[in-house]
Structures are given as structure tokens and as C-alpha cells.
Design a protein around this ligand. Sequence first.
Ligand SMILES: [Zn+2]
Length: 310
Amino acid sequence: MFASLSLTTFLQRAFVFFLLAVSTSLSQADLIIEFDFVPRETGDSVLSAENQAIFNDAGDFWEAVLTGYQDGDSRTVTVNAVGFDEGAMNGGITLGTAGPTGITSFRVGPERFTITTEGIARFNVNPAAISGSGGDDGLLDPLVIRHELGHILGFGTLWNVGFNNLYDEGSGVYTGENGLAAYQNEFDPNATFVPIELDGGDGTANGHLNEVRDNFAVENMTGPDSDPGDDAPAPTVLLGPNAGRSLDDALLSGVLSDDAFLTDTTLGIFQDLGFTTVDFRAVAVAIPEPNSAVLFVLLVGTALSRRCRS
Ligand SMILES: [Zn+2]
């Protein structure tokens, strides 16, 4: 009798905990990414349904990892995503452009953040461009779209805009607190900054994590490289599920390679931009996720209800 009473008390407490857990997740602020696929400029075209789906998938990706904003408000970022058709000119071909077109700011205590409210993504659907960034099937490369959406949300585009003071143009030295802490944990405990790409010209330099080996074959020139000129490989992830992976394969490096994995450093940089994010993967092995506690409570509850019925 006493034993069953204490079990009931435990379950009541557990149930209260479970309700708290549910209400916390319900009241959490959200980032909502909406796409407007209607052409606005001369020459713009409506993307195919398949390419629109690729944009929606990329939006789902960022909504899943950027869990909201640090002031607790939910916000919608609207992205005008369209195609255009342009062949090669002057020996090169334009693949597309993407970035924020509207910004706003918010405050958390003494800290202020400048964030994206609207963005544009224009992609060249000319077969010559598609085969350069995707395949021959007329589909845009999902990893390219994911990467560009990162820029629209502020990565490399809002580091030094409005109230954000995270990076000095041309320095190669990113000093935002959360990005640096993540980089130290993930790649280099002795780092005093996150190295930022200085090669590749406009659109690549000053907006990406620093490539070491696979960027235009001009890397390891003078720059923020850990060891400029020594032809050493890029830093690798020190621990967690991505351990051993090269920074050159990161989603937000200047040249996409491999499966373009999401680094903790990128999550930290988005925290510096005012977002809340999922946990860093390189520490997830040491810190149990709260979801497992909720799961445990649910399992106990299920066991009790089965006993009551029998
Ligand atoms: Zn980029």
C-alpha cells in the first residue's frame, strides 16, 4: 500500500514535470521561413514544383536547427525565391544571388541584435548553370539552396550590420562569443578567433568559414589560416558524432564538398546573430538531452496504466 502510494506520488510529480516540459516546448518562440515564389523582376521565372520543394526542404532544415529568437518572440522570414535563365557570358556563368533584403532589430537586456525579415534567392535555371551547381535533371542542388538560405538568415551577411559587431571586413577574424566558444570546443581549444575566408573574391571572401585545401587552389596564402603557407590540412572536428570531419566539408565554407555538414561553429555564429539553436553536437555525447527524460516518464506512465487495467 505504502509502496503503491509513493509510486503514485512519483507519477504525479512526473506528470507535472511532463506537463511543464510540454508547455515549455509549446511556448517556445519560433523561426518561421516562408517562401514567396512569385516573380517580381523582369526576367524572373517561376521555379518548377520540384525546385520549390527543394527550397521548402531547406527551410525545414533551418527551422529545425534554429529553434527561435533570444527575446522569445516568434518571427517569420519571407524569402522571394525565383529562377532566371542566363547563359554563359564573358567566360563565366552566374549561378544566382541570395541574401537579406529586409532587416529589423531586437533587444535582450543590454544586447541588441539585427536580424533578417525578408530575403531574396534568385537562381539561374539555364541548363549550363544547373549542371554547374546541381545535375542534368533540371534540379537545383539542395545543399546549395541550404547554404544560400544560411546567408539569407544572416551568416556572412549581417555580421557587421546594424547592432551586430561580430566581424571586421577584410580581417578574416570572427570574434562573436558563441561562435568562438563553439569553434574552440569543436576544432581548436587554443583559437582566439574563428578563421574566416579571405579568398575567392566578392561573395566568397568575408562570408564563410575558412577553407584550407579545396578553395580555388589559392589557399594558404597570407590570411587567417591556422598555418598559412604550410599546406597543412584543414582543422578536423575533435569530438562528438562529427569527430574527424574536415572543416573544408562544412555547409558554410566557401566551396561545397562532401555532404556539407552543419558545424557547431555555425550554430554558435547564429546564436551571436540572436537565434536560439539546437544543442552543439560535439557536447551532446556528454550532456543527456532533456527529451530522454520526458521519454522515461512516458514509459513509466504506460507501465502503470497497463497494471491498472489488468
Ligand atoms: Zn556562400
